[in-house]
Design a protein around this ligand. Sequence first.
Ligand code: PHE
Length: 465
Amino acid sequence: MQQRGQWSGRLGFILAAAGSAIGLGNLWKFPYVTHQNEGGAFVLIYIGAVLLVGLPIMTAEILVGRRTRRDPVGAFKQLGEGRLGGKAWAGLGFLGVSAGFIILSYYSVVAGWTVHYIVLSLQGKLTALASDPGALQTHFVDGFLADGKQQVGYHVFFMAATVSAVYFGVKEGIERVAKILMPLLFAILIFLVIYSATTPGFAPAMKFLFRPNFSELEPSAILEAVGQAFFSLSLGMGAMLTYGSYMRRESSVPRSAVEICFLDSMMGILACVIMFSIIFTFDLEVSQSATILFTTLPTVLVQLPAGGLVLGLFFVLVGFAALTSTVSLLEVVSSYAIDELRWSRQRATLTMGVAIGIFGVLSALSLGANSALSQLNLFGKGSTEGVFSSLDYLAANWLLPVGGLMIALFVGWILNPQEVKTELEDGHKPMQASFGFLHFALRFAAPIAVGAILFSVIFLGAEYQ
Ligand code: PHE
């Protein structure tokens, strides 16, 4: 096997893993699913899911990766050997690699939208568009989403950028980008939150986000909150496992997991506070909530001093946040080909990148350019219409939670507790209570919570609306 790369240290790992977690899931998806699910209760369940399910599963994934130093398929194959289920656990790795393939194919389409905004900004057109909310909405929805050539073009561009970053390996490509841009993105969001706090929409936004109303909460909304937690934290498909496989033994797994979960949740919540303050301040009619990041936020950024510049910079940062996530998605798929099929890194990255890029064209064309693809309804229910939404629904609400559930069961029940404990204590001062909580969560809390939600949606016929 080739020499595996390693992060330069714990900070390198944290930055890269946080880079994977923080992305369009926080800035684009979280605000809009929160909007669709009417805030309050949804946000609370989301936070509960991060603590009870996300955190333990993140620990489990990193641990399996660091222990085996392999891709998800190889890791579960190796650890499963000689235990209940044996090599069949490799199937769990396959599920993850397939989820990575699917997610990257449509994620890159949305990531491409940020490039479009950067281009508009460089052409000097963004300021004028953003100054007129109606014009921006029309441009985006009717002009841009429905334009197949542009959708495919930007998607392909973004895939090419992702492939180049992965091509150059772990340290050079990913760490360097994450080290500079993540803190900058964080700073800009903090600034915008402070700004939002001065707007009249801030109070209603806080009420909307943090005052739960459980009266009409459907199991499908709970599933969506859990799915969103998996998606946003990059869990359930081996991304954290793969990044953990490049982690040094001296680095603490639980501490890293806590930090990543905290940073990621902060980003999502900050994004919501900003966007809902704007929505309430201007009393905006959100007709297509899936585009809030692109149609709502710019109209306010542009009003700030040097607004045009801030707007351009903002989309550069969002684009890079997306890139550090797409890199981790491609890394999962190619590390499988590198470790298991013994391909060279170059061959693996290029082949998989091209395959995912081609598959993604279906999503790119399903946003209005091609009516058959826009109407294709794989799961039969309302908001999953079209290839793009169907794949997102399949991956985020089913593949990731099922994958996460299995990972929890694997580490909680199949691995020997003493082994898990030793592994957790490596690079970390032993802490009996935290091990107790993690192990309990992996054995009972996480599998029961996720299992019950999946069960209720499947068998109680809860509608996905
Ligand atoms: N967590 C990323 C985001 O929020 C998306 C992602 C999902 C990345 C799964 C890797 C694996 O944008």
